[in-house]
Design a protein. Structure first.
Length: 202
């Protein structure tokens, strides 16, 4: 419970993100979304965005012709739940040129395989300034295995690949990010630094 409520991978007596830092970040970076709504999906492709107050998606970016303005390079990260309503699956996208989050999608009832298909569709929708689609990363543990199958079935190749610890080289057949005690703490430490220094605006 401490990990989920306090963003604490170690335990309930230690807060990984201290309150003073979070207060500064909240005052500096937090903004209301430009738009709230849902993706319009047709034939496995995102073809537009339908605005509505109860939508599952929030945007912090300008739309042009039914797509993001395309003034950066986009990366997408996914946390996959089982789709039973207990906890939500979450997809976020950020602009690597500005460090700003541009999109957040939250759905507690989407199944992992369907979520994988949607994530690929969103990545193809998020074309950068040079026409390249978004790079996709996800947690492969648990329900992430089913998500991975959907990504492979759709042949989406612009994805994160795990690296060999000794050589640092990408391992072509190991897609997505694997969570364990060491990788989780390393990730959260880097995330904390990026938030604190303004390199990532969440």
């Amino acid at each position: 419970m401490a990990q989920e409520v306090d963003c604490d991978p170690i335990g309930g007596d230690y807060h990984f993100f201290d309150d003073a830092m979070l207060s500064v970040i909240k005052g500096r970076d937090v903004r209301m979304p430009y738009r709230i709504g849902d993706f319009v999906v047709d034939g496995g492709e995102v073809v537009g965005f339908s605005e509505g107050e109860t939508g599952k998606c929030k945007l912090w970016a300008t739309l042009r012709g039914g797509k993001l303005a395309g003034d950066g390079r986009y990366y997408v990260g996914c946390d996959i739940a089982l789709g039973t309503g207990a906890t939500p699956s979450v997809l976020i996208a950020f602009n690597a040129h500005t460090g700003e989050k541009v999109l957040e999608y939250v759905d507690a009832f989407i199944r992992p395989h369907d979520f994988g298909k949607l994530a690929v569709a969103v990545c193809r929708w998020l074309e950068g300034y040079d026409g390249e689609t978004a790079k996709l990363n996800w947690e492969v543990n648990g329900a992430g295995k089913t998500f991975t199958l959907a990504v492979k079935e759709l042949g989406y190749d612009l994805v994160y690949r795990r690296r060999d610890i000794e050589t640092g080289r990408e391992q072509g057949d190991k897609l997505g990010w694997y969570t364990d005690d060491k990788t989780k703490v390393t990730l959260l430490m880097e995330y904390r630094r990026a938030l604190n220094e303004g390199d990532f605006v969440n």
